[in-house]
Design a binder for this molecule. Structure first.
Ligand code: KIV
Length: 259
């Protein structure tokens, strides 16, 4: 198995796994200094392109952003989301995942779903494509964006799906908005790494959409913590620039060329 994946797996019950999303090189190179895993998430559909859902994100868009991210990620594990309708059966999934791996040089792909995608996961793993799973809220197909695990039947299904995915060969799984005690149970019962988003501190690691963490997106989700308000910082920098151009304070002689 990939050395970087083994390194992440070795953190189980020892140290938290740090993950964030990136969509381009400059951000990726900063995240790479601090993260174990950098995810090119299809959340870029809403964050960058204002799409109503991640359903609209194409394979080409994911590949292009991932190529840029690859330039910034040197030491972390780089995972790319397979977009909606690109893994409907094992054959389609293998063709598209191979393309993603080849064009982006990423380390692994991420797929959403449980029991329904088991044969797909098995086929990818058999063909040496490392897979990360994703349970809980599944943005590509979700109808109700509320936390998962309110009812016993739902809790049992998620736990069963997580075990099936582990058996199929995934190395890690994103748990999105899963009830706190269920996240604990899954994390305790699996040997692979659980990465939570809105799923409590009971997971082996955490992930956030980077634009939410820096305050660039307007999302107000309960599970997001804004560590800096970059929107305000960029706004005041641009305001100063505008004012200095208007008042001819910028550019100065030192910014110009003279024979
Ligand atoms: O698309 C994405 O960014 C994700 C994370 C939120 C886990 O899947």
């Amino acid at each position: 198995m990939n050395k970087k994946i083994n390194k992440i797996l070795s953190k189980k019950n020892k140290s938290k796994v740090i993950c964030l999303t990136a969509y381009s090189k400059n951000v990726a190179s900063i995240l790479d200094r601090h993260c174990d895993l950098v995810l090119v998430g299809d959340s870029l559909g809403s964050v960058l392109y204002n799409y109503n859902s991640t359903k609209e994100v194409s394979l080409e868009t994911m590949i292009n952003h991932s190529k840029s991210v690859r330039l910034g990620v040197k030491k972390s594990l780089m995972v790319v989301d397979m977009p909606y309708n690109t893994y409907r059966n094992p054959k389609e999934a293998l063709k598209n995942a191979r393309l993603v791996m080849k064009k982006t040089k990423c380390d692994a792909v991420k797929l959403e779903g449980g029991k329904k995608i088991i044969s797909i996961v098995k086929s990818l793993v058999k063909n040496k494509i490392p897979v990360m799973g994703h349970l809980g809220i599944l943005p590509q197909t979700e109808k109700k964006f509320t936390y998962k695990g309110k009812k016993l039947t739902e809790r049992n299904k998620i736990l069963k799906d997580a075990k099936l995915l582990e058996k199929a060969g995934i190395f890690s799984i994103v748990l999105e908005c899963i009830e706190t005690r269920l996240a604990k149970k899954i994390t305790e019962q699996l040997n692979i790494i659980t990465v939570g988003i809105g799923s409590s501190a009971n997971c082996d690691g955490q992930v956030l959409v980077f634009d939410d963490l820096i305050g660039l997106s307007q999302n107000r989700f309960r599970f997001v913590k804004k560590y800096v308000d970059l929107n305000q910082i960029i706004n005041s920098a641009v305001k100063r620039y505008k004012s200095e151009v208007l008042t001819k304070k910028f550019p100065k002689a030192k910014h110009s060329f003279k024979n």
